[in-house]
Design a protein around this ligand. Sequence first.
Ligand code: COD
Ligand code: ATP
Length: 198
Amino acid sequence: MIIGLTGGIASGKSTIANMLVERGALLVDADQVAREVVLPGEPALEAIASTYGQAVLEPDGTLNRKALGEIVFRDKTKLTQLEAITHPAIRERMQQRIHKYAEQYPERLVVADVPLLYETEQQELYEGVMVVYVPAEVQIARLMARNTVSEEEAERRVSLQMDIEQKRKRADWVIDNSGSLAETKRQLDDFWKSKCLP
Ligand SMILES: CC(C)(COP(=O)(O)OP(=O)(O)OC[C@H]1O[C@@H](n2cnc3c(N)ncnc32)[C@H](O)[C@@H]1O)[C@@H](O)C(=O)NCCC(=O)NCCS
Ligand SMILES: Nc1ncnc2c1ncn2[C@@H]1O[C@H](COP(=O)(O)OP(=O)(O)OP(=O)(O)O)[C@@H](O)[C@H]1O
């Protein structure tokens, strides 16, 4: 079984993905793949440097993610431009990895953590989509704490994605992560049992 895992920024996707891996799922993480396609030598990194300038590179030639984030999260046009550079390569690698896992381990759950799954209309690629839900104000508070950004910056990053209430409505399974981690784990146990996973 191959499922998509999504939610809003800082809603807890990685936290939930790790819990599913502890239970035996195999994970393919779009944020991780997004990091791989911009490693030195990759065509996407060259395109980024020529589009945004040398200031988005570290002295050793790797991507300065914070600098690029500050440019693109401030300007939707620039973010769309970055997505046009990176998304085709991310999507291709994700699909290769997902199908390799599914063929190699047909009895196991394969989870694709894709933050922009609904924004990029990828729901049809999966047998179902699990949405990690927290209200927007919790998202903003957790984002401020994790990334040490201002409330204004956190609100802006949240507003660049589809509203989390919309994602919740489209979900096949909703995990409410606004309570304790133990409560979240209990919901995942119920999901695991309902799918008769080993
Ligand atoms: C701008 C970049 C360099 C900032 O890197 P940084 O290390 O600070 O953040 P990180 O990659 O860990 O992303 C954190 C979160 O930001 C959000 N986010 C990332 N990219 C986007 C985007 N294009 N649109 C909206 N939200 C986004 C996601 O919720 C993601 O989980 C990076 O996010 C990036 O390369 N984004 C473009 C590729 C992309 O769309 N990735 C999303 C997964 S497909
Ligand atoms: N139930 C919870 N209670 C308190 N804090 C939590 C809970 N779940 C996650 N967190 C914290 O909230 C922050 C966001 O969680 P996480 O990094 O898993 O989100 P994410 O959806 O993967 O984020 P991103 O979209 O930015 O990749 C982290 O600092 C995490 O430790």
